[in-house]
Design a protein around this ligand. Structure first.
Ligand code: ZN
Length: 464
């Protein structure tokens, strides 16, 4: 079966032109000014994209689906999480495999991969979190890279005693990653500082959600980024700071880059559109907005968008981590440190970037595509199979209507949480048609594809 998308305005990280795009099977095989339908096989599905953009399928470089965390499990399964992604124009996710400190990496990989194989509707690949780091774990990590297509690690400098990595192991891991050409992504908040601050605030009776940000202020993250960059400088490893929430932290990464450190910076959509005032909402509503690093003062928004415009920040992900307000977030009603962290965003990301980035004049369409598709593909070793519209690339395409207007609501969200962090936010633009490897899987915000069908993308280390 063929798929013809006619008259669309094709937007990539660098190009902008009107053309017809034809996919034979799973792959884009022709891009021409005008393709004569008579030259195509009978039964070719035709989509008219006049007045609409044709984007490469978007890639979310930071997603949690299966997630045992803070005594509970995130709400989505691979079916609901990836249907939400696809409805919002995201055709590939990079999920974090997050084992506990006693789990073997090989077992964790099998657990996550078997769940994704069984349920994922979008394409997917994994960052492998390194929590345990003894000789057995090291050998298994090498095996996962060598034989199972894992090409990126994740380390947590935060979450003391649960997920954090100590400096001795961080040095050894980065040395090993450098040798193998594996990029190491990192959650950069100093675990000891956060722990001490939390204890101090709780002892002072400061237990409500507004204190979450104060327990891990900007300086804690800026220090974490600097710390990671120092270790990368010593080892030569290439690194990537996830969900970088404030400009002091970004500056530390840029300063390191100017010293020659191979560091990439990710922003996530909650930090670009929401701010700390949401975590102060009364009646415990603020718990819906707790994530780490926390939502910051609104003053951070413009510098972060400016850093995206200048490409100092390379990618926009979500850190999608869905927990219900009732029954999960409320475990921390009397103690903000017990609120499961996360804001579901995998479906909303692209419309938010278009509305509050492009339409607001902060970034252009090329930067949007670059940050949300091309750079995630390049940095994590999927380009040009993913991340652009080109002959030979996978036919993951988003026909995007830039003029459709609406509002976000939990009622239309496919993620399984009982709330939306963007309830009532206005949206300009919508994914009209989304294709995954040549098959239409979403229309007008609804999932119309099969159950399952997502494919694992094994990757090679990129050896920057
Ligand atoms: Zn995360």
């Amino acid at each position: 079966m063929g798929l013809l998308i006619r008259n669309g305005r094709v937007i990539t990280a660098t190009d902008d032109y009107v053309a017809d795009v034809y996919a034979e099977g799973e792959t884009i095989s022709r891009i021409e000014k005008a393709i004569d339908p008579k030259t195509l096989p009978p039964g070719t599905e035709t989509i008219d994209a006049k007045g609409k953009y044709v984007f490469p399928g978007f890639i979310d470089p930071h997603v949690h689906i299966y997630l045992p965390f803070m005594g509970t499990y995130a709400k989505d399964d691979h079916g609901s999480g990836t249907k939400a992604a696809l409805a919002g124009g995201t055709t590939t996710i990079i999920e974090m495999i997050c084992p506990g400190p006693n789990d073997e990496p090989a077992d964790a990989f099998e657990t996550w991969k078997s769940k994704a194989d069984a349920g994922a509707c979008s394409d997917f690949t994994f960052h492998m979190a390194v929590v345990r780091f003894d000789d057995l774990a090291k050998a298994q990590l090498r095996e996962l890279v060598g034989s199972h297509g894992v090409a990126s690690f994740k380390v947590f400098m935060a979450y003391k005693g649960a997920l954090d990595i100590n400096d001795e192991h961080l040095f050894d891991l980065l040395t090993m990653a450098k040798e193998m050409g594996v990029i190491t992504t990192a959650h950069c908040e100093n675990a000891e500082a956060v722990d001490a601050m939390q204890k101090r605030l709780l002892a002072e009776g400061r237990t409500s959600t507004e204190w979450h940000e104060r327990s891990r202020p900007r300086a804690v993250e800026a220090e974490g980024v600097h710390h990671l960059c120092t270790f990368a400088e010593l080892t030569g490893a290439h690194i990537y700071t996830v969900h970088t929430s404030n400009i002091a932290a970004v500056r530390n990464a840029i300063n390191a880059r100017l010293r020659g450190v191979d560091v990439w910076v990710e922003a996530v959509i909650p930090h670009l559109t929401l701010d700390a005032s949401y975590a102060e909402l009364p009646d415990f509503e603020g718990a819906k907005y707790l994530m780490s690093p926390p939502l910051r003062d609104k003053v951070e928004h413009e510098p972060l968008w400016a850093a995206l415009r200048g490409r100092e920040i390379s990618t926009i992900g979500t850190d999608h981590a869905p927990f219900d307000f009732k029954g999960q977030k409320d475990m921390g009603r009397d103690n903000f440190t017990l609120v499961p962290n996360g804001i579901p965003s995998v479906q909303e990301r692209i419309d938010l970037v278009h509305t509050y980035g492009v339409c607001a004049g902060r970034i252009n369409l090329h930067t949007m595509v670059d940050a949300c598709s091309t750079q995630p593909a390049r940095i994590f070793g999927m380009y040009p199979k993913k991340g652009t519209v080109a002959v030979g690339s996978d036919a993951d395409l988003v026909v995007y209507d830039p003029n459709d207007e609406g509002t976000f609501s939990v009622k239309t969200a496919l993620s399984q949480t009982d709330y939306s962090g963007y309830e009532g936010f206005t949206r300009k633009g919508k994914s009209s048609v989304v294709t995954l490897r040549g098959t239409v899987v979403a229309r007008d915000g609804k999932y119309v594809g099969p159950d399952g069908g997502g494919r694992y993308i094994p990757r090679e280390p990129t050896h920057f």
